[in-house]
Design a protein. Structure first.
Lengths: 347, 314
């Protein structure tokens, strides 16, 4: 089939999978474990991507003593020239961006959630959804970051590796490592005492209150963490694509993540991983199909989105627990008890 | 500064916000579902108008009932396909909201796909059209030329609001709707057929939102994103009403449209705020309302007042 590039396809799929898996695990922390409907995932994803792009472009221009607006053509040319000069700078900015973005997006998430969490779960959804749209409209008109055109030519953290295939491969591996760390972190949190608290909030807020727990504070903490993780996913995306523009962050991205979490199984991190693997794979395949049939009567893109919508609905209607149902919490004591009783049954 | 343009804009945009936001509040009151498909009703209502105008139907008197019926049909369909089965299984409000989100995505891209096809059939650009009923003459008042659509919209809105008021306050259907909104269990015990009342409410709400979308398109423009572009304002208006009071939703429509037009032009003239900041006004209004007059308990949550819960230390 026209010399179809399998390795390139795999690399792009794995990078996309890693990014979306981080997003869906962060959403899983909110909806699966704590029961908060965050319809504005894309806002924090977008903030992360824009922060990374702006910080990197600005630092590179500043270090190399070039004075021009971030979005101008001269800046893109200059960035391309100085991208591979200093490997240490590339890597350190990458790490720094991830840290800064986590804190800033988390803080923004906390601020947004402060008033809304105290009213009712529906309002968080509405407010954050409109916040995402608002940011997108704002970025379209905000000239310093390029308006509708956005920023381009962001230096890749591995720009000093000459072979592009090797570079993309290593970057995909980095993304997968970050994803793995996120997975371990959210598993750790979900199985900790705080994780049990999160599930109590989801199942019965009144009972949690009666136990003397501050429900809005628990929710806000989870929201901080999840927003920060979404910001990290945004950073990874910005470096992968090398450019950001406002129209990448439409609400459709949020829907995609929701479909992943619901299809994979709410309250189960493995489910979120599987859901994002399947949906990003279909995404990539439909991209290839799109290239093969440019003259289709109805664009395959629209059909794909219809399927995403239907997938959410059908899963909720017929298999509400998703592909992988929620598992009981693992604690040291519970595991020990389970082993003991399991041993007795065998004997 | 504030000219007749801003005042007129405030009036007609306020009326349209009212027609769109009232059914959102009403459907929430009766069903306790935050319904994102409301956004699709707007888009679909607008495009029913566009297609009918293209087919040569020129009278608003025919187009408005058509778009009402279409919106109503979709709303009732949603109820029977998704919301009713989910509710019977005892799904919580958040799950119902997510289901409506799924339906929103589905309908949104159905509209896109339909327009993609329609463009090939009609051979015109359907992705941004201004539907115009040519039969309406323009009126000039004191040097200002007012489109005939302006009066048509006010008339239509007046009729719809009047009918809604009479329906809710004077008829037995309206009483049943209000009873279900107040206490579904009690209403069912009293012998009110809850299922039928809920379907009637959905039909009413879907239809009204569709007509609102049509009127919006006649004034402004019809794009597949027309409903999505109104999310923020419509939800802000409904939150002013606390998702509870129809009267305050109506007042809120004018507050938001006034803030967007009159306040915006003031800010633009005095402080030089660019007009592209307009959505920020609605958003800050939304946050302000939630902070100052929170619609407590709405959305299926525990009401927390904004006071510090003190943990007494010994």
């Amino acid at each position: 089939m026209l010399g179809f590039d399998v390795i390139g396809f795999l690399i792009s799929w794995l990078t996309l999978f890693g990014t979306y898996a981080i997003l869906s695990m962060s959403l899983n922390l909110e909806i699966g474990f704590t029961g908060m409907a965050d319809f504005g995932k894309v806002a924090f994803y977008g903030i992360g991507a824009y922060l990374a792009a702006t910080i990197t472009a600005f630092t590179f221009l500043f270090v190399n003593g070039i004075k021009c607006p971030l979005h101008s053509v001269e800046a893109i040319v200059a960035l391309k020239e100085c991208a591979s000069k200093n490997p240490a700078l590339n890597v350190s900015i990458f790490v720094l961006c991830i840290l800064i973005t986590f804190i800033i997006t988390g803080a923004i998430g906390y601020l947004i959630s402060y008033p809304t969490l105290r009213v009712g779960p529906a309002f968080l959804g509405i407010t954050v959804l409109s916040f995402g749209e608002l940011l997108r409209i704002f970025m379209r008109h905000f000239e310093p970051t390029g308006g509708t055109k956005g920023l381009a030519g962001i230096p890749h953290p591995l720009a000093w590796i000459p072979d592009p295939r090797l570079r993309d491969g290593i970057y995909a591996a980095i993304v997968l490592v970050v994803m793995l760390l996120t997975y371990l972190l959210s598993e750790k949190i979900a199985n900790s005492p705080f994780g049990r608290l999160m599930r109590t909030v989801r199942d019965d807020e009144i009972a949690t209150l009666c136990l003397g727990k501050h429900v809005p504070r628990i929710k806000a903490a989870v929201f901080f963490l999840a927003s920060g993780l979404a910001g990290i996913a945004g950073v990874l995306l910005a470096y992968y694509l090398g450019s950001v523009n406002p129209d990448m962050f439409v609400p459709a991205v949020t829907f995609n993540v929701w479909a992943m979490v619901i299809f994979g199984g709410m309250g189960n991190n493995k489910g979120a991983l599987i859901g994002s693997a399947i949906i990003t794979f279909v995404d990539r395949i439909s991209f290839v199909v799109n290239l093969l049939f440019p003259q289709a009567i109805i664009s395959p893109d629209y059909i794909r989105w219809m399927i995403v919508g239907l997938l959410i609905l059908i899963t909720l209607l017929f298999k509400p627990q998703g592909l992988m149902p929620e598992t009981p919490i693992k604690t040291l004591a519970l595991t020990a008890v389970a082993e003991e009783s399991g041993g007795e049954e065998n004997a | 500064m504030i000219g007749p343009t801003e005042v007129l804009n405030t009036i007609w945009i306020g009326i349209i916000y009212m027609i769109i936001a009232l059914p959102l509040t009403l459907s929430y009151k009766v069903t306790r579902i935050i319904n994102f498909v409301h956004i699709n009703f707007i888009t679909i209502g607008a495009y029913v108008g566009v297609i009918l105008f293209l087919l040569g139907v020129n009278s608003l008197l025919l187009v408005i009932p058509a778009s009402f019926l279409f919106g109503a049909a979709i709303a009732v369909l949603n109820h029977f396909i998704a919301f009713s089965p989910l509710e019977k299984r005892g799904a919580n409000p958040v799950i119902l909201m997510i289901a409506s989100l799924g339906l929103w995505i589905f309908y949104k891209y159905v509209v896109y796909a339909f327009l993609d096809l329609g463009q090939k059939v009609f051979r015109t650009n359907l992705f941004s059209v201004i539907p115009r009923a040519t039969s309406l003459p323009d009126v000039s008042v004191g040097g200002y030329v007012l489109s005939g659509h302006f009066f048509a919209a006010i008339l239509v809105a007046g009729v719809i609001l009047g009918v809604l008021y009479l329906l809710l306050s004077k008829t037995s259907v309206g009483r049943a709707i209000r009873a279900v909104a107040d206490n579904p269990t009690l209403a069912e015990i009293s012998g009110i057929p809850k299922e039928r009342v809920v379907s009637i409410t959905w039909a009413l709400c879907g239809g009204m939102a569709a007509v609102g979308g049509l009127l919006w398109a006649v004034f402004a423009i019809a794009t597949p994103e027309v409903g999505d572009a109104l999310i923020l304002q419509i939800f802000a208006v409904s939150v002013i009403g606390g998702l509870e009071s129809l009267l305050w939703t109506g007042i809120g429509a004018f507050i938001i449209s006034g803030a967007e037009n009159i306040l915006m032009s003031l800010l633009n003239a005095v402080l030089g705020v660019p007009v592209s900041f307009r959505p920020f006004i609605s958003f800050s209004a939304l946050l302000l309302i939630i902070l100052v007059k929170p619609p407590l308990g709405a959305g299926g949550g525990l009401p927390y007042r904004f006071k510090i819960v003190r943990h007494y230390k010994r």
